[in-house]
Structure formats: structure tokens, C-alpha cells
Design a protein around this ligand. Structure first.
Ligand code: ATP
Ligand code: MG
Length: 346
């Protein structure tokens, strides 16, 4: 496969503290891959190692089989968009974007053509002469993306590029960035701690915690089949309940047997059962579990209910509110039950 980036056994410590631990990862050409994890889990450090601003203690980074480890940032097939836009405030939009091309001594007309094409791509045509300080946050971010893209890197590294924007603009830019990536057809490695952003934009999501990869998968896989309770909790909200598997396709939670679609466990193996709040079905008259509504809160697009069931708190989301204190029944469809191994890495 062309333009494949491979990260092999990569580790890094700061002051004896392991920040990245045996990272193994393969990124294919044209892929939109997101590194998702909480603050301090090592996302920026990994990105900086890929860009060549930081060196790993162990491991290799290969591009098309060639070791990048000893190459300087400018010799690598990567370009980086930082969280702080790092634009030149004294230069206008055109000169900010053209900066790298001028360093390469590209001919004037070609630079103009390229800058104009890239401004079109980021929806800033006509902004050539504007001062950076006169632009909004979203516009500045577009300039920094344009400045990285104009160099035609094989891989664009983006470190929380939308974090400083307000929610509405962030959502708009998420879609725009995804479109840009598809138009230019290059690999994006995107860092965020925002799970919704990761699920919206990515082909592949890598969930990191404390320097270790927890799971690699498509957004749907990560959301629907979390590998451990860290992923289940970090990506979306979850009910995580202890259970046992009496046999294939049957799981027992608090003494209640539930049909499920999972198999391959030992008889009566202890497991953890993940149920998304939106999959908790409440009914007045019938269901697998008996419970009570503790609280009901309106969240804008749905109501969130806390339920007490067999002495545990469950979270449920529904477009229909249920009155507080009401006795209710709860059911879960078999394919909305996700069974994980009982042992827990998180
Ligand atoms: N140059 C450094 N010297 C010492 N410790 C560092 C250095 N850079 C990062 N660290 C530590 O390494 C850990 C990982 O940092 P990193 O910046 O990679 O996290 P992150 O996942 O990007 O977090 P955030 O979401 O807050 O940006 C943190 O504990 C941080 O304090
Ligand atoms: Mg960071």
C-alpha cells in the first residue's frame, strides 16, 4: 500500500514517567485517523514525535517502509496545524500562506496560483490582503490549515485545531475539514479529547489512555463495541453492569437473564455488560427489570433519567419524559447489549 505510516513499539518518558507506552499503529493513505483521549494521555507528544519536534526513547516511525526517526521536521512528509494558530501577525493572509513556498524559491506566478486555489478550498477567497489580527478565530484557523496544506504534505497532523472555537463554529468547521480532507485526498492525523468530534470526522479512531492504546476501530465499532470500561465510559455515556454468561447468547445481570448476541465466553464467566443510555427502554407495565425513576432532566434533544434498579443507578435517555418517583419496567434489545470480558484494564 502506498503512503503508509507505521508506528512500531514507540515509547517515550518524561522525567521517568512513561507518557507513551509501546504504541503500535498503522495509518493508510487518505485515512482520517483520530487520536482520542483525556488530557495528559500523550496525544500531543505522539503527534510531535511524528512531526519530528520530539524524539522517542524507543521504537520507530516508518513511512513507506523508510525510517523517519532521524529526519528533521522539514524533511518529513508531514505538516502540522497547532492548537495555537502560530500565524505571523505582521504578515497578511497571502504572505502567511505563501511563506513556505517562498522559502522553497518557487516562482511568483505559481505561488499566486497555489495560494489562490488553497484559499478557495478553505473558503477565504478575497481575503489575501487582510491582516491576521483582523480575522475571527475561525478564519485564522482556516489560514493556518491553508498554510499547512499549501505545502502539499502527504500527511497533515492536526492538534486540537478547533478547540478554541465556539460550539457552533466548531461543528461547522468539523464538516468543512472532513470535506477538505476528501477533496485533497491526503492522510489526516487528528488529535482531540472530544469524543463527538472524533466520531463525526474519523475513518478510524485510536482511543488512548495514560500512554497506551485502548482500542482502534471505526467510530461505529468504538461506540458500539467498546473493548473495556475506559472506552465505554470515555466514548459516550454508558451503564456498565457486572454480569455472568451462563452460556452463549445469554447474559445474567442482577439475577435477570437477558438474550444477547455475544458468544465465546466460558460457562458462567464473569463479564461486564455495557448498555448505552439511549438503549434503555422504559415501559409502565412490562419489562425485564423493575425499577424507579429517580430524576428526569431535559437535555435539549432528549430527556435524561436516572433510574434505580436493584440498588444500582442506571442512566436512560429518551424523547419521552417519565415522572420522577414512578415505578417502571426496563428492557434492553439483545443487540443493544454489549458484553465485555470481566477483567478491567481501566
Ligand atoms: N516537555 C515535557 N517535559 C515534561 N513532561 C512533559 C513534556 N511534554 C509533555 N509532558 C507530560 O507528558 C504527559 C502527556 O502530555 P501531552 O501533551 O502529550 O498530553 P495530551 O494528551 O496532548 O493532553 P491535552 O489534551 O491536555 O493536550 C503529560 O503528563 C505532560 O505533563
Ligand atoms: Mg495536547
Amino acid at each position: 500500500m502506498k503512503n503508509t505510516l507505521e508506528i512500531l513499539n514507540l515509547s517515550k518518558s518524561f522525567d521517568e514517567k512513561k507518557v507513551l507506552d509501546q504504541i503500535q499503529l498503522k495509518v493508510q493513505e487518505n485515512e482520517f485517523l483520530t487520536l482520542l483521549g483525556p488530557s495528559g494521555c500523550g496525544k500531543t507528544t505522539l503527534l510531535r514525535i511524528l512531526a519530528g519536534f520530539e524524539t522517542a526513547d524507543e521504537g520507530e516511525v516508518l513511512f513507506n517502509g523508510e525510517d523517519l526517526t532521524r529526519l528533521a521536521p522539514y524533511e518529513r512528509p508531514t505538516n502540522t496545524v497547532f492548537q495555537q494558530y502560530a500565524l505571523f501577525p505582521h504578515l497578511n493572509v497571502f504572505n502567511n500562506i505563501a511563506f513556505g513556498l517562498k522559502l522553497k524559491k518557487m516562482e511568483k506566478k505559481r505561488i499566486e496560483d497555489k495560494v489562490s486555489a488553497i484559499l478557495d478550498l478553505v473558503n477565504l477567497s478575497g481575503y489575501e490582503d487582510r491582516r491576521i489580527t483582523s480575522l475571527s478565530g475561525g478564519q485564522q484557523q482556516r489560514v493556518s490549515i491553508a498554510r499547512a496544506l499549501v505545502n502539499e504534505p502527504k500527511i497533515l497532523l492536526l492538534d486540537e485545531p478547533l478547540a478554541a472555537l465556539d460550539l457552533k463554529l466548531r461543528k461547522k468547521m468539523q464538516l468543512e475539514l472532513k470535506n477538505m480532507q476528501q477533496q485533497v485526498g491526503i492522510t489526516f492525523i487528528y488529535v482531540t479529547h472530544d469524543q463527538e468530534e472524533a466520531l463525526t470526522m474519523s475513518d478510524e479512531v485510536v482511543v488512548l489512555n495514560e500512554g497506551q492504546i485502548q482500542q482502534i476501530g471505526s467510530p461505529v465499532e468504538i461506540y458500539n463495541e467498546p473493548k473495556n470500561s475506559f472506552v465505554a465510559n470515555f466514548v459516550g455515556q454508558s451503564n456498565i453492569l457486572p454480569g455472568i454468561m451462563p452460556r452463549d447468547f445469554l447474559v445474567q445481570v442482577d439475577g435477570v437473564a437477558l438474550d444477547c448476541v455475544d458468544k465465546g465466553f466460558q460457562a458462567n464467566e464473569p463479564v461486564q455488560v455495557v448498555i448505552r443510555p439511549e438503549d434503555v427502554e422504559i415501559d409502565k407495565n412490562k419489562g425485564s427489570f423493575r425499577g424507579r425513576v429517580l430524576s428526569t432532566v431535559f437535555k435539549g434533544i432528549h430527556y435524561e433519567m436516572q433510574l434505580e434498579i436493584n440498588g444500582r443507578i442506571w442512566v436512560s435517555q429518551s424523547t419521552k419524559p417519565w415522572p420522577e418517583d414512578m415505578e417502571i419496567y426496563v428492557s434492553i434489545a439483545p443487540d443493544n447489549i454489549h458484553v465485555m470480558k470481566g477483567e478491567d484494564h481501566a
